[in-house]
Design a protein around this ligand. Structure first.
Ligand SMILES: C[S@@+](CC[C@H](N)C(=O)[O-])C[C@H]1O[C@@H](n2cnc3c(N)ncnc32)[C@H](O)[C@@H]1O
Length: 231
């Protein structure tokens, strides 16, 4: 990084768990599949994106590549980004095993990917945006909007809080930590240390980045799914 850009966030520094090996990722994948219906989530995302065979989709924070694989099976071309080389290695292994084509994996993230302006038919990101603090979420969302064709959709799934200023934190945070699917301990750490934001801030961030929110749903009072259209 040049001295002139020493203010730019280094997104490669992981917040939360940094998986050190493909075996660790495999056990994360197995754990996720116990607590989430990943295939159903991915089918819903594809229908919200309104893309079809031959369309090009940008995925930011692909992780194990599950969405990219579901999309590729339907003929959608995916540029799948992640900052973690271990996640990318695992995702590439899965693609190879299945013999899929049409997925391009790139080591990059929200703040560093390179894309031609208005080049993608859709974009998606699951459980990754909360790795960035607020101002950088705004920069990231604007970069995603710039990469999309006008009218294209962006699906964002993430942990977002419904806590309202004035509400006792115990009434909300102490309650949702008990609702966490999977590990309570991991979710408590997520709430305390990571950068998940509040619903009204996320709505504003999306709108100010140039998106119209077409769909919003929420599970367990903290797992949000947004379907947005680039204005
Ligand atoms: C919890 S995993 C989610 C993976 C997958 N999208 C899913 O829904 O299961 C979050 C992923 O985001 C990646 N990540 C973290 N910071 C990122 C950034 N700034 N840009 C892109 N990906 C990032 C992590 O390496 C990790 O693979």
């Amino acid at each position: 990084m040049s001295a002139e850009r020493d203010w730019y966030r280094d997104e490669v520094r992981q917040i939360g768990t940094d998986y050190a090996s493909v075996d660790e990722v495999a056990s994360y994948d197995a754990r996720m599949r116990k607590i989430r219906d990943v295939e159903a989530e991915n089918r819903e995302i594809l229908s919200l994106l309104k893309v079809s065979s031959g369309s090009s989709v940008l995925e930011i924070g692909t992780g194990t590549g599950a969405f990219a694989r579901t999309a590729a099976r339907q003929g959608v071309r995916v540029t799948a980004l992640d900052i973690s080389p271990v996640m990318l290695a695992y995702a590439e292994q899965c693609v190879k095993k299945e013999g899929l084509s049409g997925i391009r994996f790139v080591r990059a993230g929200f703040l560093s990917f390179e894309a031609e302006k208005e080049s993608f038919d859709g974009a998606v990101s699951g459980l990754a945006l909360h790795h960035l603090p607020e101002p950088w979420k705004a920069v990231a969302l604007r970069r995603v909007a710039d990469a999309l064709k006008p009218g294209a959709r962006f699906c964002l799934n993430d942990v977002v809080f419904r806590w309202k200023p004035g509400e006792a934190p115990e009434a909300y945070f102490a309650r949702i930590v008990e609702l966490a699917p999977g590990s309570r301990k991991n979710f408590a750490r997520h709430i305390a240390e990571e950068f998940s934001t509040l619903e009204w801030i996320m709505d504003g961030l999306l709108e100010r980045a140039g998106f119209a929110i077409e769909h919003k749903s929420c599970q367990h009072d903290f797992l949000f799914s947004y379907g947005c259209r680039k204005k």
